[in-house]
Design a protein around this ligand. Sequence first.
Ligand SMILES: *Cc1c(COP(=O)(O)O)cnc(C)c1O
Ligand code: SF4
Length: 347
Amino acid sequence: MITASPLPRQPSSWQQDFASAITDPAELAAILDLPATWVPGARRAAEVFGLRVPRSFVARMRVGDPHDPLLRQVLPLDAELDAAPGFELDPLHEAEARRAPGLLQKYRTRALLVVTGACAMHCRYCFRREYPYETEHSDTGRWREAIAAIGADSAVREVILSGGDPLSLGNARLGALTQALASATRERGGLDSLRIHTRNAIVLPSRVDAGLLEWLRAQPWRVTVVLHVNHPHELSQDALDAVRALHGTGAQILNQTVLLAGVNDDPKTLAELSWRLHRAGVLPYYLHLTDAVRGTAHFAVDQSRGIEIVDALARELPGYLVPRLVREIPGEEAKFVVAAGLRRARY
Ligand SMILES: *Cc1c(COP(=O)(O)O)cnc(C)c1O
Ligand code: SF4
């Protein structure tokens, strides 16, 4: 059941929430009443990829529980620094998919714009954790070449705004970006679809403000917002309000989840996540097997376990609430679907 959009919060308050994120492991330990013994290890791991977590997300964690599934997603660990065979910097060969600065195109009809390197939260399993954003993202002025390339390629029917998190940009910047896209594609008949991949809308719900909703409503294209939620505890009331407000713009809202050891690698958690998303008007889209990115080996779940989990979900949920288990295979023309329902019969 979708209820009316809640009143948006004060404009500009999200910038304060973004800036006041926790970045010091000792502060996180103090707030959550965690043993101070892991702080030195966290500091070492944070030198490679910094700790960053919004206070509203920390408020969704259980105090005194080092295994909290939300905490595990943001807590820098010494283990990230261990060398793991087969885990590399760019296992997806994204460098080969680069068409222009900040423009990744792996698939013929969809082009992905890396519009910023910034995220409200740093997820430890991130496959772009060591991405060279400084030289690569198509920030102001620099996205001109990327947009011209999209304008020149009439095979591209959908543009995906990604990052980092595109909602780390302000509403005015987003407006300038989509206007430039509209002008660049007008002559060849425009685009069919604008897609926005965001985790900020969930981890920093104040980001979904009146200006953002207005921007979404004003788009000349069908808009799809792909959220990124891994665990039902992430869906606090303010996050759900933000999702309903996004839904109220008429955008299609999907969710992608990363299958993470010790966070959500059990059918019960994922079934509950699907039901809660459903209540908020969101359909599960992808369940990603992690890529072999350096520093993330401790999150890896075997493909066979992933298939078992999706089998269990298929027995438990309406078909439309079962996410597709996917993995990325470099050079393929689409994401590879490992399972989308029952794979193993019981007889
Ligand atoms: C995942 C991805 C897409 C989108 O793929 P869909 O299967 O259409 O969701 C597009 N471009 C890149 C570079 C991607 O990694
Ligand atoms: S929000 Fe997305 S891009 Fe940003 S750190 Fe998390 S997984 Fe990576």
